[in-house]
Design a protein around this ligand. Structure first.
Ligand SMILES: [Zn+2]
Length: 297
């Protein structure tokens, strides 16, 4: 089985609506304590009680600030939510949906093991989809692997289950369609990178291996603004912020994101949910790719 993952097919061909130079998606991975738990499991370690509580800062404090900031800037976001977070913190996920944001799949227990079988992944997707659907009223259409981990069979599985997009790869700054055995799948990849991930800049720990530095908000703003400016100049690229309520939802930090969004709005960016961008990409490219599939058949 071979997958074309270079992303070089669709990117340069694609023009954003109304002549917009760039598509921006402000996304959140709403992991609560399950990010740390899955990371400890995949490393064969355990986490302490207080470390556990660091993840709970998301549902207890950070999320409300993120939602208020989104309302203040007037944009809609995509929240990738593990199924168990939808169960344990159901009222908060209902609040995300009630405020008009998109819910997308992010594992059930935030499973980041590399040895998951196709059958196990189907079970994880079924459980997660049913929790999110019971809150949102419709099935999730997007997927991001916990810790960005997906498997060789995942894209085809997502396409079979009616997903419109995946957002786990890091290979380019374009939206592109997945392929399998030379045929195009109706599944858009929206790659995102740790460059635009809040954990990259704000994660701090005394445990081994210790990380004892933290970037200032001005430095983070500067990095993200430069990335945005560079991509907007190149044209027809995507810019995805990957944020976590437990990390970016501090009182000292959330205003910086609002400021960046206001800047991107002032530059005429198309700021949309992942679903909106994926639908647009499919509408522009998939019929063309289907014709190519037919020619090859
Ligand atoms: Zn996550």
């Amino acid at each position: 089985m071979s997958w074309q993952i270079d992303g070089k097919t669709n990117g340069p061909d694609l023009a954003w609506p109304d002549g917009k130079r760039i598509a921006v998606m402000v996304t959140f991975d709403y992991d609560a304590e399950f990010l740390r738990m899955s990371r400890a499991k995949s490393k064969g370690t355990t986490i302490g009680f207080t470390d556990f509580s660091r993840g709970q800062y998301g549902p207890h404090e950070g999320l409300a600030r993120c939602l208020d900031m989104l309302d203040a800037t007037g944009i809609k976001s995509t929240f990738f939510v593990p199924g168990i977070v939808g169960e344990k913190y159901r009222d908060t996920v209902e609040e995300i949906a009630a405020r008009g944001h998109e819910l997308a799949c992010h594992g059930y227990m935030h499973e980041s093991d590399r040895g998951i079988s196709r059958q196990e992944e189907i079970g994880i997707l079924e459980k997660s989809e049913s929790v999110l659907e019971s809150i949102w009223g419709k099935k999730p259409l997007g997927h991001r692997g916990p810790e960005s981990i997906i498997h060789p069979f995942t894209p085809e599985l997502l396409a079979e289950r009616g997903y419109l997009y995946s957002s786990s790869m890091k290979d380019c700054d374009w939206a592109y369609l997945w392929e399998k055995d030379g045929k195009t799948l109706p599944l858009v990849e929206l790659p995102c990178d740790i460059t635009m991930d809040d954990f990259t800049y704000y994660y701090f720990t005394f445990s081994d291996p210790a990380v004892r530095s933290m970037y200032t908000n001005r430095e983070v703003y500067g990095n993200w603004k430069q990335e945005f400016d560079g991509l907007a100049l190149e044209g027809n690229k995507i810019f995805i912020l990957k944020l976590h309520p437990q990390m970016i939802g501090r009182a000292s930090r959330i205003g910086m994101v609002g400021e960046l969004i206001a800047y991107m709005q002032s530059q005429g960016a198309w700021i949309a949910t992942c679903e909106e961008v994926a639908r647009y990409v499919l509408s522009q490219t998939y019929s063309r790719e289907e014709a190519r599939n037919d020619e090859m058949a």
